[in-house]
Write a protein that binds this ligand. Structure first.
Ligand code: 5GP
Length: 191
């Protein structure tokens, strides 16, 4: 998606540890007009699919998922991150190692919001090593629901997540795939 790649090139900031900061339009301040274009593009790519719900993870995925959901006309469910070990109640749970913080989180979704008849599209901001996406996919599987695919705004193609997810047979649509990034050579996109 050219508009997105241009914006990443213009405003993305490369940080140590293979982290790309996009706080001025995606992760802190949010450019809602751009989110609208992102939502439309996800809808275009999954147009032929029946989707009943969008699943994402707090916090950064929520805004993107909500705007996209307006084009799919379905509800959004977000997995909550929980650092406590005492998870009780009727919930599906999984564990996710945070790429940016290095901690391990429990993620939870109440069982009432994921049903076996659901056809789920997962949406998230970044794909790095794939832990968040695989964690969400596990919740979908535990619910007996169908995972239709995953829509990612920025995939860092030099990390293993994309390969892992595609090899697991999940349809993955990333709107911008970064092949490499460095202070010296800037950001190079796949295409
Ligand atoms: P993964 O689980 O695929 O390793 O990492 C995905 C999650 O980590 C995303 O939900 C995102 O919040 C965060 N993340 C991973 N890499 C980056 C990055 O380069 N920049 C930012 N802002 N977030 C990232």
């Amino acid at each position: 998606m050219q508009l997105l790649k241009d914006r990443i090139r213009k405003d993305g900031k490369i940080r140590s540890g293979n982290v790309l900061k996009v706080d001025s339009f995606l992760n802190h301040q949010m450019d809602i007009e751009l989110f609208g274009e992102i939502g439309k593009e996800f809808k275009r790519r999954f147009a032929e699919q029946e989707i009943t719900k969008i699943l994402t993870i707090e916090a950064s995925g929520i805004g993107i998922a909500c705007i996209a959901a307006q084009y799919f006309k379905v509800p959004v469910v977000f997995a909550k991150k929980n650092q406590t070990k005492n998870i009780a109640g009727d919930v599906y749970t999984g564990k996710v190692e945070s790429f940016t913080h290095g901690r391990i989180y429990d993620i939870i979704v109440a069982k009432e919001f994921l049903k076996s008849e659901d056809r789920i599209l997962i949406i998230d901001d970044f794909l790095a090593n794939g832990a968040a996406l695989l964690g969400l996919a596990k919740l979908v599987k535990d619910a007996g629901a169908t995972l239709v695919g995953a829509g990612i705004v920025i995939e860092k193609g030099f990390q293993e997540g994309g390969t892992l997810i595609r090899e697991s047979g999940v349809r993955l649509e990333s709107l911008a795939i970064i092949e490499s990034m460095s202070e010296d050579n800037g950001i190079v996109f796949r295409d």
